[in-house]
Design a binder for this molecule. Structure first.
Ligand SMILES: [Zn+2]
Length: 299
């Protein structure tokens, strides 16, 4: 852990719908971890994937966080305002000869995989047969055939050979949208984020982000991947799974419930306490280590 006052954490939801219980669970954990360390907690709206954005979702997310007392520090930032910075990162990677245009369509790649089931990742066709950058293309990054190890503070070491397990991945889509992998790395760097608390479903993409950080000369933050909330069938609660949005009545009860799910054992007498009292208790008693090695929590 760094000195306490240098802690900068963040919550970076994508406004593809209102917050559901699973995202509030993550927001609460990252908020409590920052406050416990007298750190800053920033709110960044990941609004790059424009075809998936839902009208009014940003406002709903902001209202919900506010209603639950999860107050962020400083101004809210929007990734859509940082396009020049993502482009600049691509240019720096291009100078290192790491980027190439890929004209393969998703349909074509799917057909290849059906014909040859041993192909699990992008086979690198355009890496070895240079395509004209004039035809519609995505941009891929050349991945090194070497293993990258990350040290997760809750799960220990996690190793991945991204070339073998993922393949050359897309950093700018064919529809000109910057990929999540690139944007998250550039945004975290711009905001000097030191601690990332997020769902374990993103653990697998962390080595790709560390690889980009290394190539761009950025410092790698500390990672703590917390469990995801799953329903009775073991499916992650998500907007895609049409999970119901969190309501803004019964706020204290929902918060008490989430603290229980976060393994914090809130005392029974706080179950009807006002929001502020409950949050104060939660910040003081917060112990993220209770989530060590846990990957899923079912509702
Ligand atoms: Zn290709």
């Amino acid at each position: 852990m760094p000195p306490q006052n240098s802690y900068i954490g963040r919550f970076a939801p994508s406004p593809t719908g209102p917050l559901h219980l699973g995202s509030l669970f993550t927001a609460l954990a990252s908020f409590l971890q920052a406050r416990k360390h007298q750190g800053q907690w920033l709110l960044r709206i990941d609004d790059l994937d424009t075809p998936r954005l839902a009208t009014g979702a940003t406002e709903k997310i902001i209202t919900t966080l506010d209603a639950y007392g999860l107050h962020w520090d400083g101004e809210i930032t929007y990734e859509s305002q940082w396009l020049a910075h993502y482009q600049n990162a691509i240019e720096r990677l291009t100078q290192q000869d790491l980027i190439y245009p890929c004209t393969c369509s998703r349909k074509q790649l799917k057909r290849d995989r059906l014909e040859n089931p041993s192909i699990k990742t992008y086979p690198g066709f355009c890496r070895y047969h240079r395509q004209s950058p004039l035809s519609p293309h995505s941009l891929r990054i050349k991945t090194p055939d070497q293993s990258i190890t990350i040290d997760d503070l809750l799960h220990g070491q996690h190793q991945q050979n991204i070339h073998h397990d993922i393949g050359d991945f897309i950093i700018k889509r064919r529809d000109h949208i910057f990929s999540y992998q690139l944007a998250v790395v550039v945004s975290d760097h711009r905001q000097k984020i030191t601690e990332i608390v997020r769902g374990i479903d993103l653990l697998d993409s962390t080595p790709r982000q560390v690889f980009l950080q290394q190539r761009l000369g950025f410092v790698t933050p500390h990672y703590q991947h917390i469990p995801i909330i799953v329903d009775a069938h073991g499916t992650k609660l998500s907007k895609q799974a049409f999970s119901t949005p969190v309501h803004t009545h019964n706020i204290s009860q929902t918060l008490y419930y989430l603290l229980t799910q976060l393994q914090q054992n809130p005392p029974q007498e706080l179950s009807s306490a006002p929001l502020n009292e409950l949050l104060d208790w939660a910040i003081t008693s917060w112990d993220i280590k209770s989530l060590e090695k846990i990957t899923a929590i079912s509702l």
